[in-house]
Design a binder for this molecule. Structure first.
Ligand code: PEP
Ligand code: MG
Length: 848
């Protein structure tokens, strides 16, 4: 034979070819299932890519395995589609069928699947890559049954005997090569190997057996390094499966290049803080040094570390409807996957391979069929999603905990950790937190209700490894006047509880081992801050008028009734932004029209008849977990269905809120605005709904405006100004969209500066558009509370600054120190600057 044999696969579905490593699922991206390509589909029928025999049609109808020339080809439609349990899929072939290239294999309802699954990306992978010498994928757009997708150069036959279909294969005894036995990482790798095959695979040790696809089951078998096991495989690809698992078992799975001698230590879970202070942690560099994050709420604090985790939440035992509960659980698990993915990516960039591997192992646990099936069984028997999940993961964790092997017992911590992550996503912090006095609260993330339920008198500071200066925990911390650091180095999770630390919310740092001199300096700074704040508060009731007589409204951002009560006391002239999403978070169902009406009325009354209350309609989206809204996980949540896009797509939810706002408008000086407006069509659809409901209720009109958070809205502000009553500029979002920098990404946080001249030019443009139609413009993003930004915003013509409650007196004081004419000159210079740092230098030079 002159050359190797080549098998050509045509596209099984029409669409755009996507490299496998761009698939947002580690099983495919890391080629755990095999190698191949993915297609972003433009059709809804899967056809055979070559002449083949159908080996298996997955029970859930979403995947087909073919055999062609001894190659096993899996076509997998969508991500997480197994969870649809067949809904939306129609198999058109069955196991044993012989098909020709182009013959139909399955059809799916793209609408149903797209709505319910994470993605429609369809993978075509070769699972037995040992039979492949080279893969040559095509790129671009392909048409099903016509265009070549992959050329596969076959390797010389392995010569191993192939099992007949359905035959059971039992291997000879295999000595486990991994020195530390089958703990989490080796177990995860073994399960990944097993899952490449359709056969049922069991590991047998001393008469006990484990499902080789299940990480937990493998770990529960307590296989130590050097132990002997056998593999029993049953099914169509039994021989190949047994061979692959044997090979994996015979490989030292601990021997990754990153490992030192102590590979067991390398797999310690990130959150196992009982391990001791950071200094003792894996010899990590700079463990004794200052940990860096992002300044999220101003102030400095000394206190003792208190870790917040979510295993004790009080949850309802019984669920509403099993289907709904399962959907909520699936959504929480999908969201946990995304979080872990993000963490891994970040740690990979930080070259922390060990910790990235731990989160990889967590993802495997999240897919563990035994845990998932147990939870699903509880849900089917009527349990709530949270209760079912907790039962499933704690019982499995207890099983591991009861084992003799200390290393395996440690894996129970991994399972609890991932279990808590999902619990957190399901119920948030429903349980009140018992925080000891003088605490610096440390967590991966905190829900709004965690933050709200904290006893302010005991909490000195907040520190999270997720989030950024404009994430919701930062917003809440500023509202409460608690110093906070977000996006901090995850090693903070390893600091022993009770350790005395300094948290610096101005610099965005946490010092895990401060000296007495450091603490004395903090005390001095706190004293100076307090004296300044007392001075500002003493004159907070005075208006904010510049030295040359220009009056600026200074109002507050709030998220709850309790906060509204604090606004008048700090001199707040109203509320420029009520973030209504906080009323919807951390609960099991949406507040209905009556409940919302009561909340909005209470807020309006707390402000009194003369203070404005601008109520923003619901601003949630793919990035904020509200399980009962069953938000589909999106690859780019900030560019997805969020804000007004979401409420327009859920008219009943939107209608109830709009009616509640209109009904409450009699209780005060109420205005309404919509978040995330990008098009006139969105604005008009929302505005029309308001008008319809207003006429139905028979209430007088109220001002209705938009948030300017997209470049689109800013650039055609003059067009919006013909119809909208006012603009409120959301600089947090406007900045992230203008700079194309995710506002929640701690690595980008230092560069996401809203004083970037590009953002300032959009603000200038917004003001010009508004002026042409005599509309007012406010700023309600975090920029409004930034002392360096105040002169620039005034100079650009912004008339209202809406900021966090504790900052109101300081912003008023800043306004009084300025002259409008000077601010206008500052703004002109700032618009011409090259970046945010240059703008800050200009302000520092001109205004101190
Ligand atoms: C903003 O984007 O600036 C804003 C105020 O809205 P949020 O921070 O709630 O997204
Ligand atoms: Mg916003």
């Amino acid at each position: 034979m002159s050359g190797r044999r080549v098998l050509t696969l045509v596209a099984p579905i029409s669409g755009i070819v996507v490299p496998l490593d761009q698939v947002p699922d580690p099983v495919f991206a890391q080629r755990l299932a095999g190698d191949g390509v993915s297609i972003d589909p433009l059709s809804d029928q899967v056809v055979a890519p070559c002449d083949a025999e159908v080996r298996q049609v997955h029970r859930a109808g979403h995947a087909v395995t073919l055999d062609a020339l001894g190659l096993e080809i899996v076509i997998h439609v969508g991500l997480d589609t197994v969870q649809l349990k067949g809904e939306g899929f129609q198999p058109l072939a069955k196991a044993g069928d012989r098909v020709r290239a182009g013959d139909p294999l399955l059809r799916f309802d793209a609408d149903v699947v797209a709505r319910r699954a994470r993605s429609l990306l369809t993978e075509v992978v070769i699972t037995n890559m040992d039979r492949v010498a080279a893969l040559r994928p095509r790129s671009g757009t392909v048409v099903a049954g016509r265009d070549v997708l992959l050329e596969i150069e076959l390797a010389a036959p392995a010569g191993a005997p192939e099992a007949r279909s359905g035959e059971a294969v039992t291997t000879p005894p295999i000595v486990v090569a991994s020195r530390t036995g089958l703990h989490a990482r080796p177990a995860a790798m073994l399960a990944a190997t097993a899952r490449r095959f359709s056969s049922d695979l069991r590991l047998v040790k001393d008469g006990r057996e484990a499902n080789a696809r299940s990480v937990v089951s493998i770990m529960a078998l307590e296989v130590g390094g050097g132990d002997t096991v056998t593999v029993v495989a049953r099914g169509a690809d039994a021989a190949a499966a047994a061979a692959a698992v044997t090979e994996t078992l015979a490989t030292d799975l601990d021997a990754t290049p990153a490992d030192g001698a102590d590979s067991a230590a390398a797999t310690r879970p990130a959150a196992a803080s009982s391990a001791g202070p950071a200094a003792a942690h894996r010899g990590a560099p700079a463990a004794a040094g200052v940990l860096r994050g992002v300044a999220a709420s101003p102030g400095v604090a000394v206190g003792r570390v208190f870790h917040v985790r979510h295993d004790d939440a009080v949850v309802e035992e019984r669920g509403a409807d099993p289907e709904q509960e399962q959907r909520a659980l699936d959504a929480a698990i999908a969201a946990a996957h995304l979080q872990l993915e993000a963490l891994q990516q970040r740690l990979a960039v930080e070259a922390d391979a060990d910790r990235a591997a731990i989160f990889g192992a967590h993802q495997e646990l999240l897919e563990d069929p035994e845990v998932l099936e147990r939870a699903a069984a509880h849900v089917r028997s009527g349990a709530s999603a949270a209760h079912a999940w907790r039962q499933a993961y704690t019982s499995q964790a207890e099983r591991l905990q009861g084992l003799d092997n200390a290393l395996l017992r440690g894996r129970a911590t991994d399972l609890r950790d991932i279990g808590r992550r999902v619990m957190h996503l399901l119920v948030g912090g429903d349980a009140p937190l018992e925080v000891p006095p003088e605490s610096i609260v440390v967590a991966e993330d905190l829900t709004p209700s965690d933050t709200a339920s904290l006893d302010r008198t005991r909490v000195r500071g907040l520190c999270t490894t997720m989030g950024s200066a404009t994430s919701h925990v930062a917003i809440l911390a500023r509202g409460l006047g608690i110093p906070a650091v977000a996006g901090v180095d995850p090693r903070v999770l390893d600091i022993a509880p009770g350790t005395r630390v300094i948290l610096d919310g101005d610099r965005g740092t946490l010092d895990p081992s401060p000296s007495a001199a450091d603490e004395a300096r903090v005390a001095e700074r706190q004293g100076a801050d307090e004296r300044r704040q007392r001075g500002e508060l003493a004159v907070a009731m005075e208006p904010a008028t510049t030295r040359d007589g220009h009056r600026v409204e200074v109002v507050a951002n709030i998220g709850a009734v309790k906060e509204a009560e604090r606004v008048p006391a700090v001199g707040g002239e109203g509320v420029g932004l009520l973030r209504t999403e906080f009323l919807f978070m951390d609960r099991r169902t949406a507040p209905d029209e009556d409940e919302q009406t009561r909340s909005y009325e209470a807020i309006a009354r707390a402000l009194g008849p003369d203070r404005i209350l601008v109520i923003r309609t619901l601003d949630v989206g793919g990035d904020k977990p509200i399980p009962y809204l069953s938000l589909a996980a999106e690859a780019n949540p900030f560019l997805g269905e969020r804000g007004v896009r979401l409420t327009l797509a859920r008219p009943e939810l939107f209608r109830a809120q709009v009616r509640a706002i209109l009904r409450a408008s009699a209780a005060g000086k109420v205005a309404m605005m919509f978040p995330m407006i990008a098009t006139l069509a969105e604005w008009r659809a929302a505005r029309e709904l308001v008008e319809r409901e207003r006429l139905a209720l028979g209430v007088p009109p109220i001002p209705v405006g938009i948030m300017v958070e997209t470049a689109a809205a800013a650039l055609i502000a003059d067009r919006f100004a013909r119809e909208a009553d006012f603009f409120s500029i959301g600089t947090n979002d406007l900045t992230q969209y203008t700079l194309a920098m995710d506002r929640t990404n701690p690595r980008l946080a230092p560069q996401v500066d809203a004083l970037h001249p590009a953002v300032l030019r959009l603000i200038e443009r917004t003001v010009a558009g508004a002026r042409a139609h005599k509309r007012w413009v406010g700023v309600c993003g975090a920029l409004a509370g930034d002392p360096q930004a105040v002169p620039v915003l005034l100079g650009l013509g912004v008339g209202e600054l809406s900021t966090d409650i504790p900052l109101v007196p300081a912003v008023k004081a800043r306004v009084r120190s300025l002259s409008l004419a000077e601010c206008q000159a500052t703004a002109r210079e700032a618009l011409d600057a090259g970046d945010g740092a240059e703008v800050r230098a200009i302000v520092a030079r001109r205004h101190g």
